[in-house]
Design a protein around this ligand. Structure first.
Ligand SMILES: [Zn+2]
Length: 312
């Protein structure tokens, strides 16, 4: 069983150095994560994909300290989470920039996948890109282009953060397909934030898998409505195109643990095992459908395709 869109620690390195967050205690947070993953293992989870990339405070050495102590496979990822805030280096380095040359984003993403992240031998197993409400900005286009190139060279799948309210998963599909990415290798993330079945079916009919990946984020949409959407799509035969996850974290500076405990107590990585699977079963989901969404589909997406295979 795989949770394909989670975060171990979401941090903000520059803020953390200058204005340490009062709830961040490194040793205690590492212990909390270790205990959490041990509990997940007891619930049957075997693999968790950490989509914490650049822009979200990725620190692979810190995550490795957790990974080496737990029986779960933690999968690292590469990419860049930003709407229009790429680090200054990228404004000045790249094709047609002051320091002219190849886009360093491409080099970084590929090195993360082929060599290892941050001087370690821990290689990324997923590419992550994002498109916010304001759509595909210049920076987003640059990140997505680099991800498409890295995907074609390595065969590693692309997972997105989308904004279903503006139906921009469809824009992501057009953009990536135009750059030679087979949409079967793309997960349109956060799709579970909407109940617009026509939109969700269009994404899947175009070939992608949709991430019903925010169970527990009840401040955006309550879980019972998220479950109803999954059940409706299962009835329509889409078990092979959905993956389930939480987008949760053991620490996030964006929504710190005390805020989560008060406002969204179900937003944690045990939620699917403890609450959502039973709700889906009560709603009529079959064992086969659950296995497909939690095991078969993630395995397919985490298996790199032949590099350069191009659109199917
Ligand atoms: Zn996320």
């Amino acid at each position: 069983m795989t949770l394909i869109h989670e975060h171990v620690f979401v941090r903000s390195p520059e803020l953390d150095v200058n204005f340490p967050h009062p709830e961040w205690d490194e040793a205690a947070t590492v212990e909390r994560a270790v205990a959490g993953f041990e509990e997940l293992h007891a619930l049957g989870v075997r693999t968790v994909v950490d989509l914490t990339v650049l822009g979200l405070g990725r620190d692979v050495n810190l995550v490795a300290r957790v990974a080496e102590r737990v029986p779960i496979n933690l999968v690292a990822s590469t990419g860049y989470y930003t709407g229009s805030g790429l680090a200054l280096e990228f404004q000045f380095r790249g094709p047609g920039r002051l320091i002219d040359g190849p886009d360093p984003l491409v080099e970084y993403f590929i090195a993360d996948i082929e060599k290892g992240i941050g001087g370690t031998n821990i290689r990324a197993g997923m590419l992550k890109v994002m498109t916010a409400e304001d759509g595909i900005s210049d920076d987003v286009a640059r990140v997505m282009t680099a991800a498409a190139i890295a995907h074609q060279q390595t065969g590693v799948a692309i997972s997105t953060h989308s904004h279903p309210g503006t139906r921009n998963g469809l824009d992501q599909q057009v953009f990536l397909r135009e750059r030679g990415v087979a949409l079967e290798r793309v997960i349109i993330g956060h799709s579970g934030d909407t109940e617009d079945l026509d939109y969700l079916r269009a994404l899947m009919d175009n070939g992608s898998t949709i991430g019903m990946d925010r169970f527990g984020m009840e401040h955006v949409l309550p879980d019972d409505r998220r479950v109803a959407t999954v059940l409706a799509l299962l009835d329509l035969g889409y078990a092979d195109r959905m993956v389930l996850s939480h987008d949760a974290a053991f620490f996030s500076r964006v929504t710190p643990p005390s805020w989560r405990a008060r406002n969204v107590p179900n937003w944690q990585m045990e939620n699917i095992s403890r609450r959502i699977v039973p709700m889906l079963v009560r709603g009529g989901a079959s064992d086969e459908a659950l296995h497909q969404m939690l095991v078969t589909n993630p395995r397919r997406l985490l298996t790199p395709t032949q590099p350069g295979a191009g659109p199917a």
